[in-house]
Unconditional design. Structure first.
Length: 586
């Protein structure tokens, strides 16, 4: 319960932000925290499971590897012990089956050696040594008769223990061999010795019978660590072994170590009863090949799983955070839209008031200028009278122009509710263009009016239509370069009984992504200079008037806005739907 509360507290602290935090960085932090929590929850159990499986599999594999190595070492050790024991028993039998005089006869000794060779392989020669250590009878390939062995370890140890089995050594023969010496004590108290030599090739044969793989190695060593057989990788006979024999071992003992080549190896030591030790060496890289393959597969599966988890978590977190961000933005947009609506309403009332107040002094100027013109006309001719009358006409024309502008402004900003009246759509377009004549002239923008003379009158709201056309034309002016072209067309569709107005520019155009959002509130491509409300308001007005608006655009080639209006206004009782919502319904 405590851990559960602690976990909930940690999660809430990572995912909770102050209500007044509106910085975009909060969504980055929120997304990062969600990804972190979900990755930890998913990856930690996966990693624990992979680690446990890895450890268990390695432990089981190592036990499976050690068992056959130990069995092989034990079998080979028994084979060595049996080989040496058989040869020792044979020499003992000869020593007790024959008398000194019989063995002193060279022919008898030769016959005994032949019999021993026929029954037991490995014997090289056979000799009889008297109690003084002199070889008095010999059967074999070498000329050793009369040699003094009194100082040899074989003679001295056999004199004390009765039996001697040597390590591999060179001796008089100058080739590796093993000596077995047995003491015989006669009934008269005299002693003599039987000395047999074994070929170490039999040791090599026993090693070869293990059928080791080319990467493995096996050899015999004596207690001093001297090789008693040739090794594949670790030296020749009578050289020093690179592996130290563990002291006091009983049975087969296995260790992991590093060989002189730097490879990690598994070494098994099996002591033979004759003070030899059988050493079996196997590289771990070979023994654990299946384990390494499994480890690679496990790592690949684990890596793929982690990548899949991260991708899924990032995708889910991105969707969640985006929805949270959209909700926050919609809430902020609703508040801002309300504030902008109130601000626009105030601006409209202020503009109407300003225009109304300007009309009063304009009327006075008009009356005074007309009175001046009448007075000049009734008076006697005077010098420069024509010049004076021309200047007065200019004043009256300028007053009339100002009056037209203020009337347009009043008609544009006087109301928000829809009020229908019979309109000449071509005339509404010409009046709207009056607001933009100066900018078009200054920027040398060509305005092509392709207005249909057969356009029927429509019943609609003049002020709201002016606002629609002004918004679209303003965007067109912003899109075209100086010297660009804007075409305005009107036509009547008899079958649908609708009037179409298209405004086409040759400006920068829009890509598909921008085109999808141009009617969204506060979406603007004018970085830092646009409110993003013009086309959104335009969309709402057209819907209120019962019409539709469409846009076709291609990046780098320009845009065309097409407005379709009914002949008779059809105001919608409810406010226009959000264009983004309407696109979702479609």
């Amino acid at each position: 319960m405590f851990l559960r509360k602690l976990w909930h507290k940690a999660v809430n602290s990572m995912l909770t932000f102050p209500e007044d935090s509106i910085s975009p960085h909060r969504y980055v932090i929120l997304k990062r925290n969600i990804i972190l929590i979900m990755c930890l929850v998913c990856i930690i159990p996966l990693a624990l499971m992979a680690g446990i499986n890895y450890s268990l599999y390695r432990a089981n594999l190592e036990s499976e590897i050690l068992r056959p190595i130990q069995v092989m070492a034990e079998d080979t050790r028994h084979a060595f012990e049996l080989f040496i024991e058989e040869r020792l028993s044979t020499v003992r039998f000869i020593a007790h089956a024959y008398t000194y005089d019989e063995l002193h006869n060279e022919k008898t000794l030769q016959r005994v050696l032949r019999t021993m060779r026929s029954e037991f392989v490995g014997f090289v020669d056979l000799g009889l040594i008297n109690q003084d250590g002199i070889l008095v009878s010999y059967a074999g390939p070498y000329k050793l008769l009369g040699k003094d062995y009194s100082q040899q370890p074989s003679f001295q140890e056999a004199s004390v223990r009765g039996v001697y089995i040597s390590d591999v050594f060179m001796g008089y023969r100058k080739f590796p061999h093993v000596v077995i010496a047995v003491q015989r004590m006669a009934e008269d108290g005299s002693t003599w010795f039987i000395r047999a030599t074994l070929d170490t090739g039999r040791y090599e044969a026993l090693i070869a019978s293990m059928a080791l793989r080319p990467e493995f190695d096996a050899f015999l060593v004596n207690p001093d660590g001297i090789l008693q057989t040739n090794a594949r990788f670790y030296g020749k006979i009578l050289e020093e072994s690179p592996f130290d024999i563990p002291p006091g071992i009983h049975g087969t003992h296995t260790i992991k170590t590093i060989d002189p080549a730097g490879k990690e190896v598994l070494v098994a030591f099996a002591p033979v009863r004759t003070d030899y030790t059988l050493v079996l060496v196997k590289p771990l890289s070979v023994l654990l090949r299946s384990f390494y393959a499994m480890k690679v597969e496990m790592l690949i599966i684990f890596g793929v799983g982690v990548v899949a988890i991260i991708l899924a978590v990032v995708g889910v977190a991105d969707v969640l955070v985006q929805r949270i961000r959209n909700s926050d933005e919609k809430r902020a947009t609703a508040i801002q839209e309300l504030q902008h609506t109130q601000k626009l309403s105030s601006i409209g009332r202020l503009a109407a008031g300003v225009a109304h107040e300007i009309n009063n002094p304009l009327a006075i100027i008009n009356e005074k200028a007309g009175l001046m013109q009448d007075l000049v006309g009734l008076s006697e001719p005077f010098e420069r009278q024509d010049r004076f009358m021309a200047l007065t006409d200019n004043i009256l024309q300028s007053v009339e122009r100002c009056r037209t502008i203020t009337h347009r402004l009043l008609g544009f900003a006087r109301r928000i509710d829809v009020q229908f009246e019979k309109l000449d759509l071509n005339g509404v377009l010409r009046d709207t263009l009056g607001f933009l004549e100066r900018e078009a002239s200054y920027r040398q923008i060509e305005m092509q009016l392709l207005l249909s003379p057969e356009l029927p009158p429509i019943v609609s709201d003049k002020g709201q239509l002016q606002q629609v056309f002004l918004n679209i034309l303003t965007n067109a002016f912003a899109a075209v370069e100086n010297g660009g072209c804007i075409k305005i067309r009107t036509r009547f569709e008899i079958r649908k009984k609708k009037v179409l107005v298209s405004i086409e520019d040759n400006g920068c155009g829009m890509d598909e992504e921008i085109r999808k959002h141009i009617f969204d509130p506060f979406f603007s491509t004018k970085k830092g200079s646009g409110t993003g409300l013009g086309l959104s308001i335009t969309y709402g007005i057209i819907n209120k008037l019962g019409g539709t608006i469409q846009v076709n655009s291609k990046e780098g080639e320009g845009s065309t806005f097409t407005i379709s209006l009914p002949l008779k206004g059809n105001s919608k009782s409810s406010e226009a739907e959000n264009p983004a919502d309407e696109r979702e319904k479609e």
